[in-house]
Design a protein. Structure first.
Length: 589
């Protein structure tokens, strides 16, 4: 696997041939010590204001190969030497070989001027025509500089490019080029590193943190929107039960479904004061507060949607501004649902909605919640318009599997319930998704991972003492900030309550770089909280801390939820006593 710079092909690249070559070089065996620069601009061109080289391949002990790609389906060269690509009527007077040669010599001259010690490096060119054969051979190029449709798929691409450089070195030796010293086998690995830094400084500097963030946002939006086809496929079916593992776009689909329901034509009935229509005719609800706040923010400009946690809505039904100071688990799971249900029974039709959309539904399938939702929906759960989105196998960390299964059975009693299954990951990079399947126990795994590989590996770091974990944690934060991430891009999650987690204790001790997740990101600092609280959300980088148990359904589910929150960067701080369990999990799966 060659080192690709950038690590993913640019989303603006329109050439399918370039994208295919990029992907082949990225996975080509025997190229582990190669560096491949994609779409390198040549500002100091010999004959033009500026040029561009499709690929610059740096190969230790052989040289630098500048590649021009023409992915046209047909090719014509007229008597005057003009090139015509496909159906494009515009002629290319220089042709790809001259184009590549001029750019290559410009690059070589610039490198030699800045680094005379690299002046003996072999620079050569090749042209790839992956979709059509080259119609003629002329003295303008050597046959071995050409890879066309007749040879493109016949041999590994890495072998073909290596052959070009070997033949180029033989040619230089044959003509006795005075500067060429074949016995030195340059460029050395060290010189290759210098060439890489010279031609394109560390990509973190070339691509700013803001540009990287925009690119990742574009990937996430593009691939998540692709999942919307599942909702479109369901058409106007009034009742949906959508199942999918973490990262499959369920929350996006829930929001889009709520938008769709809010825009549906409604009967011209007169809404009573205090009914659902007063604050919205669609209820978009979830369990956790952080996700509820995020849902509310996402649909704040959409008329007709009331969004937030189901508990907050129950409090509104009961006329409660705040929960009692002594409110505990029994209040939220039994007392509040019971009081809200009694209020709906006292006033039939009060706070009834035209549609319900429930995200992270596996947390809200207890009978008390379903009874309340049944009375909150016109037509009830059996005949009303509803959509439930959840990971019913792996993310039920707020209730038992038996309650989840019973609740699903109750939902399926409704008329004509459309069941959809999501199996594509549109959140995590392939390396994180692979860890989800191996360490998080996802079975069956994802059908596809839509995001490209950014070549950023996850890190599992082990500690034996609390002091060791603190040092590893602070080092992890510094490392993530050093690569250009902002503090608000990083989230620290723990299975422990805030006051007993490593981040919580550091915060209590006065560490100003940390803030509880319940506080706004605008306050600055790296957010920290429990895995429970962050369920349904995601972050650029996640640091999982205090992992001291991974065996059994509960810890396994907790680890699965935590790992799947990370979009690009994942660090797990795990107690050293778990080493053998981790090895057993990875080898068994």
């Amino acid at each position: 696997m060659a080192k690709m710079i950038p690590a993913v092909s640019h989303p603006d690249c329109k050439s399918p041939g370039e994208i295919d070559i990029f992907n082949r070089l990225k996975t080509e065996p025997g190229t582990e010590d190669w560096t491949v620069l994609h779409s390198l601009s040549v500002a100091r061109h010999l004959h033009r204001v500026e040029g561009e080289i499709d690929f610059v391949v740096i190969v230790p002990r052989l040289g630098v190969l500048c590649i021009e790609v023409k992915a046209c389906n047909s090719l014509t060269i007229d008597a005057g030497g003009a090139w015509y690509y496909g159906s494009d009527p515009s002629p290319d007077r220089r042709g790809p070989f001259r184009q590549a040669s001029e750019a290559m010599h410009s690059l070589r001259k610039w490198v030699g001027k800045l680094r005379p010690d690299l002046a003996r490096t072999v620079f050569w060119t090749a042209c790839i025509f992956p979709r059509c054969p080259l119609p003629a051979v002329t003295p303008e190029w050597h046959p071995w500089q050409v890879i066309d449709s007749r040879t493109y798929g016949q041999r590994p691409l890495g072998d073909q490019l290596r052959t070009v450089l070997i033949r180029a070195r033989a040619r230089l030796e044959e003509i006795r080029a005075p500067w060429f010293r074949p016995e030195l086998q340059e460029p050395t690995p060290e010189q290759c590193g210098a060439l890489t830094q010279l031609l394109r400084p560390q990509f973190e500097a070339h691509e700013s943190a803001a540009a990287w963030a925009r690119r990742v946002d574009g990937e996430l939006r593009r691939f998540t929107e692709d999942q919307y086809r599942y909702v479109r496929a369901a058409g106007e079916h009034p009742r949906l039960l959508v199942r999918g593992p973490a990262g499959s776009g369920k929350t996006f689909l829930a929001i889009e479904t709520a938008r769709r329901e809010a825009q549906r034509p409604r009967p011209q009935d007169v809404l009573q004061p205090g009914t659902g229509g007063a604050s919205g005719h669609v209820l978009l609800a979830c369990y956790t507060r952080l996700l509820g706040a995020w849902l509310k923010e996402e649909v704040k400009d959409v008329p007709g949607i009331k969004a937030g946690t189901l508990h907050r809505h129950m409090m509104d039904v009961c006329g409660m501004a705040e929960a009692p100071p002594e409110a505990g688990e029994d209040f939220w799971s039994r007392e509040l649902p019971g009081r809200a249900l009694d209020r709906l029974l006292e006033a039939p039709g009060l706070y009834q909605f035209d549609a319900l959309v429930i995200d992270e539904a596996q947390d809200l399938l207890a009978p008390a919640y379903l009874d309340f939702l049944d009375l909150s929906l016109k037509g009830g759960l059996a005949e009303g318009r509803s959509a439930f989105f959840g990971d019913f196998e792996r993310q039920a960390i707020h209730t038992s599997p038996e309650v989840v299964q019973s609740g699903m059975n109750a939902l399926l009693q409704g008329k004509d319930v459309a069941r959809l299954q999501l199996r594509e990951n549109c959140r995590n990079t392939p390396r994180i998704a692979a860890l989800v399947q191996l360490l998080g126990g996802l079975e069956p795994g994802y059908d596809r991972v839509l995001r490209p590989d950014d070549q950023v590996d996850h890190r599992i770091e082990r500690y034996s003492t609390a002091a060791e974990q603190r040092q590893l944690f602070l080092g992890a934060m510094d490392r993530l900030l050093a690569v250009g991430l902002r503090e608000q891009d990083i989230v620290v999650l723990s299975p422990r309550a805030d006051d007993s987690s490593v981040a919580g204790m550091l915060h209590s001790a006065g560490h100003r770089q940390l803030r509880p997740l319940r506080k706004s990101a605008s306050a600055g600092g790296v957010g920290f909280g429990t895995i429970h609280a962050f369920k349904g959300l995601e972050a650029r980088a996640v640091i999982l801390t205090d992992i001291e148990e991974i065996a059994g359904p509960g810890p396994q589910a907790m680890l699965y939820v935590g790992v799947t929150r990370a979009q690009n960067h994942l660090t797990i701080l795990m107690h050293n006593s778990l080493r053998e369990q981790v090895v057993s999990m990875l080898t068994t799966r």
